[in-house]
Design a binder for this molecule. Structure first.
Ligand code: PEP
Ligand code: MN
Length: 363
């Protein structure tokens, strides 16, 4: 009798397990459907943010959601469990969007196809100044207009740049002459205040190891793969420089342009050069990295008379382009006056680079 009762109990327990399993299967299907619906909605939000040029990642909101759900799940699910699930959910929505949206940036494609010349003043000083320089440079065939408006100066008493109004002047001047604009970004907040107008962002030598800036700029520009010129810190080894570029790439933006701009060595004890031109590094870096490598003869030399010879040497050594400082009134430049050349000098360099591009195409 006892055996019969035990047998009946076992059957009932098995029936219960089956019932629970059916319920669990139903819940699992519902969970999957809800997760898919959630993913669709968050992708719509990411797409809308991208179209409005807003940063697509909002870590603060992600953390808020997790905290809220941990409180909601209190006494039923462990907080670490909730966090792990939601971190994965957020990651999957962002990854799916990246796969669909990331495409090669058109300007970056152009830079990879032929040697480029970027020129313009160290700093945008006024609307008239940047318009005059843009006009003269574009007449010489220059397509990329540089101009700093957030200037990392050694002394706080030196001209610090015009800030955001300078970006408006630069953008208008570049558009007026069909050029691309290039400017140095020093804080990622600037992208939310109008800096996103700039076609190519520059991260300066002094910020080359500001890893938070590198990561944030990489993240903010990932959707459009906006080209980023990363200047070599003047104290940096080659491997440190390449590792810094990796910070931008692993944050989502692969359109990095490496810029050599001179390094500090013991030559500065008595050399006329502001920095030691790191020309040999062009060849070494090109062997180690697939990224374009450009050269800045202006900051390397620090003196106008050396700018053209250094630029030509860099091109001959295989540099993918030059970024040089030019001013219509070099003696009156508010920053880096000694190293500014006239737009007509840049015209000679433009011709030199054009000839090299033609010869390369003919090969
Ligand atoms: C510049 O390009 O104006 C500049 C400040 O350069 P670097 O960061 O190389 O000193
Ligand atoms: Mn400068």
């Amino acid at each position: 009798m006892l055996k019969v009762l035990q047998h009946i109990d076992q059957i009932r327990m098995q029936e219960n397990i089956e019932l629970y399993r059916t319920k669990i299967d139903k819940i699992d299907r519902a969970v999957i459907e809800l997760l898919a619906e959630r993913k669709r909605l968050s992708e719509d939000i990411i797409r809308a943010k991208h179209e409005m040029n807003m940063p697509t990642e909002d870590l603060e909101r992600e953390n808020e959601i997790i905290t809220r759900l941990q409180q909601h799940a209190k006494d039923t699910l462990a907080p670490e469990f909730v966090m792990e699930i939601y971190r994965n959910i957020f990651r999957s929505a962002k990854a799916a969007f990246k796969e669909k949206k990331v495409c090669e940036n058109e300007i970056f494609k152009e830079i990879k196809a032929k040697k480029i010349l970027i020129a313009g003043p160290c700093a945008v000083e006024s609307s008239e100044q940047i318009h005059t320089i843009a006009k003269e440079l574009s007449e010489c065939g220059v397509k990329y207009l540089r101009g700093g408006t957030f200037k990392p100066r050694t002394s706080p008493d030196s001209f610090q740049g015009l800030g955001m109004p300078g970006i408006v002047f630069l953008d208008r001047a570049a558009k007026a002459y069909g050029m691309y604009s290039v400017s140095e970004i020093t804080g990622v907040y600037q992208l939310e205040q109008g800096f996103s107008k700039v076609d190519i962002l520059q991260i300066g030598s002094r910020n080359a190891m500001n890893f938070e800036l590198l990561k944030a700029v990489g993240r903010y520009t990932a959707a459009e793969q906006k080209p980023i010129i990363l200047k070599r810190g003047f104290w940096m080894t080659i491997r440190e420089f390449l590792a810094a570029a990796e910070y931008i790439r692993s944050a989502g933006n692969g359109s990095v342009i490496l810029c050599l701009r001179g390094i500090r060595t013991f030559e500065q004890i008595d050399s006329e050069f502001r920095f030691t031109p790191d020309l040999a590094s062009i060849q070494e870096i090109k062997k180690l990295s697939d990224l374009p490598v450009i050269f800045d003869p202006s900051h390397s030399a620090g003196k106008a008379e050396f700018v053209l010879p250094l630029a030509k040497a860099a091109i001959d050594l295989g540099a993918d382009g030059i970024i040089a400082e030019a001013h219509n009134k070099p003696d009156c430049a508010l920053s880096d006056a000694k190293q500014c050349v006239l737009p007509s000098e840049i015209g000679k360099l433009a011709q030199y680079i054009e000839n090299v591009n033609r010869a390369n195409q003919a090969k």
